[in-house]
Design a protein around this ligand. Sequence first.
Ligand code: PMP
Length: 295
Amino acid sequence: MTDQRSYDDRDGWIWFDGELRPWREANIHILTHALHYASSVFEGQRAYGGEIFKLSEHSARLRRSASILGFDLPWSADQIDAACRETLKANGLVDAYMRPVAWRGSEQMGVAAQRTRPHLAIACWTWGAYFGDEAARKGIRLDISPWRRPAPYTAPTDAKAAGLYMICTMAKHAAENKGYNDALMFDWRGQVAEATGANAFFVKDGAIHTPVPDCFLDGITRRTVIDLARKRGVEVVERKIWPEELEGFEQFFLTGSAAEVTPVAEAGPWNFEVGALTLQLRQDYLDLVNKRTNT
Ligand code: PMP
């Protein structure tokens, strides 16, 4: 059973600008710039057996995302790593999802924000399979999003910025309202991009095909899974993928720190099998994050 309590009303500790605060006291003012103008960036990472997978890559990406939006974090990547570990430990968790978030404060109102101060908070909690255990085993069902990923010249698409998730939430709601688990998003050109919070991979004739991440996040899990596939001698082709091609793909899976490796059974009118290569890479990924491999 998932914990249905509101996220502001739980026990635990949240790291907030350098100190651990009781969970319910980790609050911000209503006139925070981030709330009005989306000047907020975040990370999503998982700890397995007490170790946060690829932590330094996540901390570096958090700093990069903030600087793309024009605010630099006064915490180094090493300091953010240490704060994440401290937060995990303070909450007594070993297997957890972690959410570092950085945002502009309330020193200035209006679109301009040069005088605002940057803030950083880190929370963590127990979170099972993103799509639920059963859906992940049988393959999830994706709607086709009415929203398209924006062009890199219309939004900071390399940043993990909160503002980019506005259309993801809208796409996800539209999908869930129709009984789907999530939505597949195309990009502004009409090419296949990704899901609302995970990257997309396809299998055909023993090879893997995945879209070039030129207008969406080049996920840390995406790169990990590409390495795992190549280690198995599987060809991985990064290329433009058009929706018409989905008809000819045999398998489809998503990757992400939250979603891990999740098979997809259906995307709009197209059907896929939960095939051997998908399940193998899912297992390889779980073995790697849980340190069950010798490599
Ligand atoms: N795309 C989007 C929109 C995401 O939110 C995520 C999750 N952070 C990903 C891709 C996958 O990124 P990662 O593997 O680094 O978690």
